[in-house]
Design a protein around this ligand. Structure first.
Ligand SMILES: Cc1cc2nc3c(=O)[nH]c(=O)nc-3n(C[C@H](O)[C@H](O)[C@H](O)COP(=O)(O)OP(=O)(O)OC[C@H]3O[C@@H](n4cnc5c(N)ncnc54)[C@H](O)[C@@H]3O)c2cc1C
Length: 418
């Protein structure tokens, strides 16, 4: 195993040319926060870290775009855009430490997707180093542009298997007003799911629609001491589920009043009084995974179903938890139908084999409900064996042909995705 820490595109090109010549696998690494094992380098690989390529190269308020190196931390770009009165909406829960290169390579989502879309919706163009060390530019800086095949979109979400991204041109937008937040709690997870259906169906201008179940809420409270729901200590009465509903519309108060009226089965409803309070609630939501990690060993799923099937998915997760006698914390981007059931278990217990079965049952349920095996974390190594269950043989063959054309020696992140 070797580590390469390039500072420039020329450094990346030189490293890849050598690796290509000697058939050495290369695994690119941003912050290593990916949740599908895509940046986990197999023995004998060169790890290519983008940590030293972390500069915002350009921020153009007139063209509303930014040009950045891949190692820029997502939150740093968002802060730089905000200073110019602009916004870069993509906000994965890992926003404070994930990198733009990693976000592009996984097509990362986040809380904002319900209104603004995923990382790929903001990528205008890329500089890429192909497997043999050739440097290319894909895409554009203009508002429109359709010259040739859309290689930018091909590279977005390719998890380091088709090329190394060395520069990213990103679309920015005018900063929206600060969001207001509605908190709704429910006596059952299904009731929360039904409210999600009503909110999505009403077409309200929402900028986030997130869910946390009882297990997650209690874990977040234990981690943060926020007293999110039901107080503290063994006697607390944590609700079965909580929805965090945000709107950054200029008419947010009105939008949230309509949203509240649609949460007919809510046990409790409250509107955060100021944007800072709403942001604190969202920060609590970002702590969902770190909080659940403290409960024991865990396997995190990332399934996405049509939004009309969110209730069905939640019911299936509850059935799986009952069948295998496991604790499964559920949180996720409910407004996108993207859930992260997190199976808590004890790896040293032989009975924990049930955790893998539960994971498989949930992933299969998502496909069964017309969904996908991964909404935003990617295939990586974790779900490689699942890909053929989602893609048809023609699409798989075309994907292999693309990989063979761009990386004929198979040196880029072997063992991930395909
Ligand atoms: C607490 C927590 C919350 C999270 N929340 C979300 C969320 O809400 N939404 C979401 O989508 N994800 C989320 N994630 C997952 C993860 O943060 C994202 O997948 C993120 O995009 C990964 O960025 P990274 O810089 O850590 O990439 P890494 O993990 O280092 O790499 C991920 C993949 O990208 C490839 N890669 C990295 N840089 C490049 C490059 N320059 N060129 C080519 N390939 C490259 C790697 O080879 C690997 O295949 C979360 C993770 C954590 C730990």
């Amino acid at each position: 195993m070797a580590l390469v820490r390039p500072r420039t595109t020329a450094d990346v090109a030189a490293a890849l040319a050598i690796a290509h010549a000697h058939h050495v696998p290369v695994v690119v690494r941003g912050a290593g926060s990916g949740l599908a094992g895509a940046a986990t380098a197999p023995p004998g690989s060169v790890v290519l870290s983008t940590a030293r390529m972390a500069r915002v190269l350009e921020l153009d308020p007139v063209e509303r775009l930014a040009v950045v190196q891949p190692g820029v931390v997502t939150a740093d770009l968002r802060a730089a855009a905000a200073q110019a009165g602009l916004a870069y909406p993509p906000d994965p829960g890992s926003v404070a430490f994930s990198t733009i290169g990693g976000n592009v390579a996984t097509d990362a989502g986040g809380m904002c997707c319900v209104k603004y879309g995923v990382t790929g919706d903001f990528v205008l163009g890329l500089e890429v180093v192909w497997a043999d060390g050739t440097v290319s530019r894909t895409g554009r800086r203009t508002v429109k542009g359709v010259a040739g095949y859309d290689l930018t979109s091909l590279l977005v979400g390719s998890e380091g298997t088709l090329g190394v991204v060395t520069e990213v041109t990103l679309r920015l937008m005018p900063a929206p007003p600060p969001a207001l937040t509605l908190v709704a709690t429910f006596g059952t997870l299904t009731a929360a799911g039904e409210a999600v259906g009503a909110l999505v169906g009403a077409g309200l201008d929402l900028s986030a629609l997130e869910v946390m179940d009882r297990t997650t809420l209690a874990a977040v409270d234990d981690l943060t001491g926020m007293g999110l729901a039901g107080g503290a200590g063994p006697d607390r009465r944590t609700p079965a589920a909580m929805l965090l509903v945000q709107s950054d519309s200029p008419a947010a108060a009105e939008v949230l009043a309509r949203a509240a009226a649609l949460c007919t089965d809510a046990a409790d409803l409250a509107v955060a009084q100021d944007p800072a309070e709403g942001e604190a609630l969202m920060e609590a939501r970002r702590q969902a995974l770190p909080a659940l990690e403290r409960l024991g060993d865990w396997i995190l799923d990332d399934v996405c179903v049509p939004r009309s099937r969110v209730v069905a998915l939640l019911q299936r997760v509850e059935e799986v938890a009952a069948t295998y006698g496991l604790v499964i914390g559920v949180f996720g981007h409910a407004g996108d139908g993207n859930m992260h059931p997190t199976i808590v278990h004890d790896r040293s217990d032989p009975a924990s084999v049930a955790a893998q079965r539960a994971f498989d049952a949930i992933t299969a349920a998502a496909l069964d409900l017309g969904g996908t095996i991964t909404g935003e974390h990617g295939v990586g190594r974790l779900k490689r064996s699942w890909l053929a269950r989602e893609l048809d043989p023609g699409t798989l063959a075309a994907s292999r042909a693309v990989k063979a054309a761009l990386d004929p020696r198979g040196i880029l992140n072997p063992g991930a995705v395909l």
